[in-house]
Design a protein around this ligand. Structure first.
Ligand code: PGA
Length: 273
C-alpha cells in the first residue's frame, strides 16, 4: 500500500551539537542565496527544506541576510519541553521556539532517548504540545541493532508509536499532520544506512499503523522520512522508494555544498534522475 498522494518531499538537516552562531550565519546566508536561485516555484512544491541548528544559533534565522526575500527554507528545533513554561532548568518551550521563527521540531530522537532519558510517554506529550502550538513535530522512531537481530523491529516501532497515535487522536482534527522519521539506531552516524527496500517496507508498516489509528486520509497526508547515514550518493534511492517522503540527515547536512546537492537530488522524481 503506498497511499498515492501529492506529499511534498521533506529534507531535514539535524545539526546536533554542531556550529556556533557565527558559523550558522555563514551557512544560512549561503543556503538562502543558493536555494533562492535553485528553488523556482515548481521546485518549492517538490521539496521543502528544514534546518535544525542548536538552540543557541536559532536567532540566526531572523538576523541573517536576505531579509527582503522570504526564507527559502524553514527553521526547526532539535527538541523542546512538554510544558509552555515553569521551573524546568535548562529547558526550552514551544512559545520560545516560535519567537525565533521555528516551525518544525524534532521529538524523541534516539540520542535524546539514550542520553536524556526521553520515554515513549514523554515523546507523546511533547508531540501533542507541539501540535497545539502549530509546530510540526518530527517524531523519531527506530530499533536498535539488538532489536533487529531479534526480529523485533515491528514490535519496537509499534510500542514507540502507540502512545503518540493515542495522543495525536485528541488533536488530529484541528492540527496539521505530524511527520515521522524512521531512524534505525544502528544506522545513525555509522556509515551503514538501511537498504532503501528495508526502509521502505518499514515506512509502509508505519503508514498502515497510522491509518489504523487515525484513518486513511490522515495517513495519506503524513510524511515519513528515513534517517541514518543518508548522503548525496544514496539520497535518491531513499526518496524514490515507496512510502518514503524525504530524509532526516545528520553528518552530511553540516557541509552546505553537500546539503545543497542532496536537496537537488531529492527534488527530482524517479523518472528525472
Ligand atoms: P546521520 O544522523 O545522518 O549522521 O546518520 C541522522 C540523525 O541522527 O538524525
Amino acid at each position: 500500500m503506498t497511499f498515492a498522494s501529492q506529499r511534498t518531499r521533506l529534507m531535514v538537516a539535524n545539526w546536533k551539537m554542531h556550529k556556533t552562531l557565527a558559523e550558522t550565519r555563514q551557512y544560512f546566508h549561503e543556503l538562502s542565496t543558493r536555494l533562492s536561485t535553485m528553488m523556482d516555484e515548481r521546485a518549492s512544491k517538490d521539496v521543502e527544506v528544514v534546518v535544525c541548528p542548536p538552540f543557541t544559533a536559532l536567532s540566526a534565522y531572523r538576523t541573517t541576510a536576505l531579509e527582503e526575500l522570504s526564507h527559502p527554507f524553514a527553521l526547526g528545533a532539535q527538541t523542546m519541553h512538554a510544558r509552555s513554561e515553569g521551573a524546568f532548568t535548562g529547558e526550552i518551550s514551544a512559545p520560545m521556539l516560535i519567537e525565533h521563527g521555528v516551525t518544525y521540531v524534532i521529538i524523541g530522537h534516539s540520542e535524546r532517548r539514550q542520553y536524556a532519558g526521553e520515554s515513549d510517554a514523554s515523546v507523546s506529550e511533547k508531540t501533542v504540545q507541539a501540535l497545539r502550538h502549530q509546530l510540526v513535530p518530527i517524531v523519531c522512531l527506530g530499533e536498535t541493532a539488538d532489536d533487529r537481530a531479534a526480529d523485533q523491529t515491528k514490535a519496537v516501532l509499534s510500542r514507540q508509536l502507540a502512545p503518540v497515535l493515542q495522543a495525536v487522536k485528541t488533536v488530529a482534527e484541528e492540527t496539521p499532520p505530524f511527520v515521522i522519521a524512521y531512524e534505525p539506531v544502528w544506522a545513525i552516524g555509522s556509515g551503514q544506512a538501511a537498504t532503501p527496500e528495508d526502509a521502505s517496507a518499514v515506512a509502509t508498516f508505519i503508514r498502515e499503523t497510522v491509518a489504523d489509528a487515525l484513518g486513511q486520509s490522515y495517513a495519506s497526508r503524513l510524511r515519513i522520512l528515513y534517517g541514518g547515514s543518508v548522503n548525496a550518493d544514496n539520497i535518491a534511492s531513499f526518496v524514490n522508494a515507496p512510502n518514503i517522503d524525504g530524509a532526516l540527515v545528520g553528518g552530511a547536512s553540516l557541509d552546505v555544498n553537500q546539503w545543497l546537492t542532496m536537496i537537488e537530488r531529492a527534488r527530482r522524481r524517479g523518472d528525472e534522475q
